[in-house]
Design a protein around this ligand. Structure first.
Ligand SMILES: [Zn+2]
Length: 181
């Protein structure tokens, strides 16, 4: 199907990885645009731009040329739909998901080293079937974000995220502990 001639000298020189972002990746907001190459689809943008903080980050990344916005060809969309039907993932994938996968397929066919960043299981599953790498959004190291609360060791009063150093009631120095979820 695709031409595999010429440059099959795998791992000879490292191509820079192109990261394809889905909505979960952009909403998580942990993407460091300054360090890598990123691409996403217009459909993903339309899903996330209502969030003001995501919008700001994304617009800057696009302006700086760190995030490319691109639509996959209809041929690649059909190819992904065909594979999704075979794997049984089709009904779990939205049009946006299909486009993300099609864009990854397209860039991969163009000879790029592609990785999809997504927490969506069906996207990960289908990408694997197509030989495209994926990585989850939430890294284990930052999965648990700790919120600290200040509390009085004498009366047990909790002060949340205040700037107080001593208990207003007892005058005792406050201690800190991770907030219970
Ligand atoms: Zn107290």
């Amino acid at each position: 199907m695709q031409e595999d001639s010429g440059n099959v000298s795998a791992k000879e020189d490292k191509k820079p990885t192109l990261y394809v972002l889905d909505s979960t990746a952009l909403i998580a907001g942990q993407t460091d645009f300054s360090r890598k190459e990123f691409v996403t689809t217009p459909s993903v943008l339309s899903e996330v731009m209502h969030d003001e903080s995501v919008k700001n980050i994304v617009e800057v990344a696009i302006d700086c040329g760190q995030l490319e916005v691109s639509s996959p060809s209809e041929d690649n969309i059909k190819e992904v739909e065909k594979i999704a039907t075979l794997t049984g993932d089709k009904f779990k994938l939205s049009r946006t998901d299909i486009e993300i996968l099609a864009l990854a397929l397209e860039k991969s066919k163009a000879g790029m080293d592609v990785t999809i960043i997504s927490d969506d299981y069906s996207i990960q599953n289908l990408a694997r079937r197509m030989g495209i790498k994926t990585v989850g959004v939430i890294h284990p190291g930052i999965r648990k974000q700790i919120t600290w609360v200040a509390y009085c060791p004498v009366c047990g009063m909790e002060y949340g995220v205040s700037n107080l150093n001593v208990c207003a009631k007892c005058g005792v120095e406050l201690k800190r502990r991770p907030a219970k979820r």
